[in-house]
Design a protein around this ligand. Structure first.
Ligand SMILES: [Zn+2]
Length: 298
């Protein structure tokens, strides 16, 4: 069944211009498709742009049990974890802009908790993760596993008013109700706590260049943000002192090849060959069009 979606910022149905037509079919919803950071397969709903706030959203969408798909999703991004740990820890420090907050941190949707490893190793005294995939949690480091809760983020999953810092990396654009989830994260923060997300910027050079072939135009993504619409979403959830900025990724050349819009079969062939092994060892710093957004709970 098709469901019309509302702009989460303006709360309006319709009032939007079509940008890309849908190419979704019945095979678009498998557990494999909903595994994080898989090879992009370019399936997407119709994308529309809100006339009032410019936010891009999937509209209409199909009636799919997302929670079930994410709970069962598999976990397959081990080769890039070292680069991502560094990238995410650096951007959290940048977003905290000198604030000495190292007592407690939580992460929503963090797969096997690799960022929580980086946070703990980087000096955070207490860490917690909320992650729906049990397979991902089972792959967590032994000291991180007991700190992870197998759930979608909801009100009450974390103790209210208890964390100094909250984080969510490349999850915001997957959420069906982004304002609701941001409010649930807000609830878990102590007063003066900071919430930080990393997310694609749909106005980045790579998104503009690849247009519909960009890996961000995907059936998994419910909304796509700019710094302006991302900041507006944070303010709507109650955050103050909202800021945003660009960040660069530490990636291997093999991962970059994942993202390029060439045939999936060709990519797979190259990545599984000795050239792929070599490419996975070459690390580069790339401005791929990602941004961070941060806000403080008053
Ligand atoms: Zn809007």
């Amino acid at each position: 069944m098709e469901i019309a979606t509302k702009c989460p910022i303006c709360e309006t149905l319709g009032n939007a211009i079509p940008v890309y037509p849908s190419n979704v079919d019945d095979t678009s919803f498998s557990t494999e498709v909903f595994s994080a950071r898989r090879l992009p397969d370019r399936r997407h709903y119709q994308w529309v742009r809100c006339n009032s706030c410019t936010l891009l959203r999937s509209d209409p969408v199909l009636d799919v049990d997302l929670e079930k798909l994410y709970v069962e999703s598999t976990f397959d991004y081990s080769t890039e974890v070292d680069g991502l740990k560094r990238t995410y820890f650096d951007l959290v420090m940048k977003a905290l802009s000198g604030k000495k907050l190292k007592k407690s941190i939580f992460e929503v949707g963090g797969g096997n908790g690799f960022f929580l490893e980086a946070a703990k190793d980087g000096g955070f005294l207490s860490v917690a993760g909320v992650e729906p995939s049990t397979e991902a949690i089972n792959a967590a480091r032994e000291d991180i596993k007991p700190t992870m809760i197998a759930s979608m983020m909801k009100s009450g999953v974390l103790t209210p008013n208890s964390f100094e810092v909250g984080t969510m990396f490349h999850t915001l654009d997957h959420l069906p109700d982004p304002v609701g989830t941001l409010k649930d994260c807000y609830e878990a923060l102590a007063s003066d706590g900071v919430f930080i997300v990393a997310v694609h910027n749909e106005r980045s050079w790579s998104a503009k260049l690849m247009k519909e072939r960009s890996p961000i135009i995907d059936v998994e993504h419910t909304h796509l943000y700019t710094r302006k619409s991302g900041e507006a979403l944070f303010k709507k959830a109650g955050f103050i002192d909202v800021k945003s900025g660009a960040y660069n990724n530490h990636y291997s050349l093999a991962y970059i090849l994942h993202l390029i819009p060439i045939s999936r079969a060709f990519r797979k062939k190259v990545l599984e060959s000795s050239i792929g092994t070599m490419l996975s060892k070459i690390k580069v710093v790339v401005p791929l069009g990602n941004m961070w957004i941060a806000g403080t709970k008053p």
